[in-house]
Design a protein around this ligand. Sequence first.
Ligand code: SF4
Length: 64
Amino acid sequence: MKILFGEKCIGCGACTKQCPEVFGFDREKRRAFVRPDAAVEAHAAAVRDAALICLTGNIKVAEN
Ligand code: SF4
């Protein structure tokens, strides 16, 4: 699984609540980010849910 994180984040924080193991939040930039060391496959279901609930469609998931 690969996460495609775009430029449309509005900093709502939903993805970080849904899957904090993969999505962090930069308080200064007021936007989320994908943790570089995240175990994405281990949290695949939560990542897919985060992509679904992101209001701006900023998170896309590409299955390998
Ligand atoms: S759910 Fe979407 S808009 Fe909200 S913080 Fe995450 S990437 Fe940004």
